[in-house]
Design a protein around this ligand. Structure first.
Ligand SMILES: [Fe+2]
Length: 439
């Protein structure tokens, strides 16, 4: 816990980071021609190890480039960086209670963003509530109370389903795949699919617009860390799939037995009607498929001596955004190591957190089904109650599941999310009192 005193300025070193390998880092045709202006130095009374051994009575805040991958500075403040008394202007954190969004579409037959009016069925994933979006990611909340009466195909990008509640069966080009709470399901762009409900489903949908979900480079950890790729399940062409292949369609304009396929392209939905069920493959081969993994199958990284940044929990990467999963893990045990998230400003990323299950140890007044949005530049960190446990935790580990979506480009808040916003969220850090000690 002893603070280090100022060390002499260190010589400037060349950055060895391979920028091209980092998610979200814009790379031009000649990435090797770019170098950070980088100064490893220590000034004043400071720790030389991030997230540990702070000067007594201080609060660490990180300012960084490219999320947690680029150059960073760590400040030791006398007061909590979230100890403001008022916060005015357009830069605001948001918290949305998605559980309050109903199962019905906002407007019957409403077009999806940017599209021509199309009469969408109530069970369409695109008739539901869009919450946040930019050119590379669209985040939707979807409650499916009854089975889909049509097939869907997203031609705008890969779709990630995260099942918050309920259970059912996914039928798609590749076969049948059961889904339940905690499942991630990646639907490659072009996949034809529908969901049958065994219990009403609540899902978070994250569209990777015009791009592809991939796995992060595990680097020194090797390919089998966090989750083994062998844990990814794919659909099966089983008896249940074959039985539904011959089933008559739920009907539509073309007749009682027809199947409708709703295809979304450039935000507009078109309807194609078949006199048979298009999910009728008798076989397939290849190295592209729908895949599924449950959050309970993740084995999160941790260090007993160092609070790892959220990027250590990266689960999927797409173009200009990443999806990370916070899963239960032991707390750090080193006396000087930080035991809560560090204060920071998301300097290059907008940050979205969806709270799935458990006790969210760094947040007060947040319950499952809520989603927070911290735009770049907004300083945040543990809430007041969590801050009291900055260096000493009373429990052996965290008990939370949450999905984080970090986008390199600014997100827009859609009206549906605003309708269920907790406007007092910006004040929820009030009471972040100093511990009365100054270095
Ligand atoms: Fe953050």
């Amino acid at each position: 816990m002893a603070a280090r005193h100022a060390a002499p300025a260190l010589p400037m070193v060349s950055p060895a980071t391979n920028l091209a390998a980092l998610p979200g880092v814009p790379t031009g045709p000649e990435p090797a021609m770019k170098r950070y202006i980088q100064y490893p130095r220590v000034a004043g009374t400071a720790s030389r190890q991030a997230h540990a051994d702070f000067p007594p009575g201080t609060y660490e805040r990180e300012m960084s480039k490219e999320g947690f991958f680029g150059p960073a500075a760590f400040f030791h403040h006398r007061h909590p960086p979230t100890g403001w008394t008022s916060f005015e202007g357009p830069l605001r954190p948001h918290a949305f209670d998605l559980a309050k969004l109903g199962g019905a579409p906002l407007e019957a037959g409403a077009p999806v963003t940017g599209g021509a009016a199309a009469p969408l069925p109530a069970t369409s994933p695109w008739a539901e509530h869009e919450c946040l979006h930019n050119a590379h990611a669209r985040i939707r909340w979807w409650r499916l109370e009854s089975s889909m009466d049509h097939l869907a195909r997203n031609a705008d990008g890969d779709e990630l389903l995260f099942v918050h509640a309920g259970r059912g069966e996914l039928y798609c080009d590749f076969g049948r795949l059961p889904v339940e709470a905690g499942d991630y399901v990646v639907l490659p762009r072009g996949t034809l699919w529908r969901l049958e409900c065994a219990a009403p489903l609540a899902l978070l949908l994250v569209e990777a617009t015009n791009s592809t979900y991939m796995l992060p480079d595990k680097g020194l950890l090797g390919n089998h860390a966090i989750f083994d790729p062998a844990m990814l399940d794919v659909p099966a062409l089983d008896d249940a799939f074959r039985a539904q292949s011959g089933r008559r369609g739920p009907g539509g304009a073309a007749g009682e037995d027809s199947w409708r396929v709703l295809i979304k392209r450039r935000g507009a939905v078109s309807t194609v009607t078949y006199p048979f069920n298009p999910l009728d493959a008798v076989g397939w081969h290849g190295d592209l498929a729908v895949c599924r993994i449950n959050v309970r199958d993740l084995r999160p990284l941790m260090s007993h001596r160092y609070h790892l940044p959220p990027s250590a929990h990266t689960t999927f990467v797409a173009n200009r955004f990443v999806v990370c999963t916070f899963a239960p893990r032991p707390f750090e045990t080193d006396p000087g190591a930080l035991k809560v998230p560090f204060f920071h400003n998301n300097d290059d990323y907008d940050e979205v957190l969806f709270y799935h299950a458990g006790d969210f140890f760094s947040r007060d007044n947040i319950h499952p089904g809520m989603m927070t949005f911290h735009p770049a530049g907004f300083t945040h960190g543990p809430h007041p109650k969590a801050l009291e446990r900055m260096l000493v935790q009373t429990k052996p580990g965290t008990d939370e599941y949450a999905v984080m979506i970090d986008t390199r480009d600014a997100l827009e808040v859609a009206p549906a999310a605003t309708a269920v916003e907790w406007t007092g969220y910006v004040d929820s850090w009030r009471g972040s009192k100093s511990r009365g000690q100054t270095p």
